[in-house]
Unconditional design. Structure first.
Length: 165
């Protein structure tokens, strides 16, 4: 049985973080931790950080490693989509463009690995996406993980448990 089936179907029909501020979404996603840094950047929507990107694995087996603090993984509090935001000197870069105007498909994503401090655990986390796989899209060095359509909803969602689906 897919892990996705262990969660209520409406997780994938709606935004489980709807109505949350980035600060309260961060606290939920980090299992009670308060944020230590808050960055104001030009972005498509308000975001809450999940962690620092470690690795992406694509359908077909190819993968890409990332240096620590090269990119961070965040979730949009309005769309519930995952963004990969480049960093310079441990600070995120503004988004030069709006993803709503389109982006270039890179590859279908099989897995995402990241470092995060959740609750009392400073650890390495990963999420294996289930079919249908989401699509990693790029726009001028910034990335978004577009969920695939699935059973009238979407292929993944982000909630207190992290990325599911």
């Amino acid at each position: 049985m897919p892990i996705r089936d262990k969660f209520p179907a409406d997780y994938f029909d709606r935004n489980p973080l709807a109505g949350e501020s980035p600060q309260s979404a961060f606290k939920r996603l980090q299992w009670g931790n308060e944020h230590r840094n808050q960055w104001r950047i030009e972005a498509p929507e308000p975001m809450a950080v999940l962690g620092r990107l470690a690795k992406l694995v694509f359908v077909g087996g190819k993968s890409q490693q990332f240096r620590d603090w090269q990119m961070f993984v965040a979730v949009g509090t309005k769309s519930n989509k995952v963004y990969l935001v480049p960093m310079v000197k441990r600070r995120p870069l503004d988004f030069p463009v709006n993803f709503n105007r389109g982006c270039e498909a890179v590859a279908k994503l099989r897995r995402i690995d990241y470092y995060s401090e959740k609750g009392n655990d400073n650890g390495y986390y990963y999420h294996d996406h289930e079919p249908p796989y989401p699509l990693l899209c790029s726009n001028e060095g910034h990335f978004i993980i577009e969920p695939a359509p699935h059973r009238g909803g979407r292929s993944y969602a982000v909630n207190d448990e992290g990325i599911i689906g």
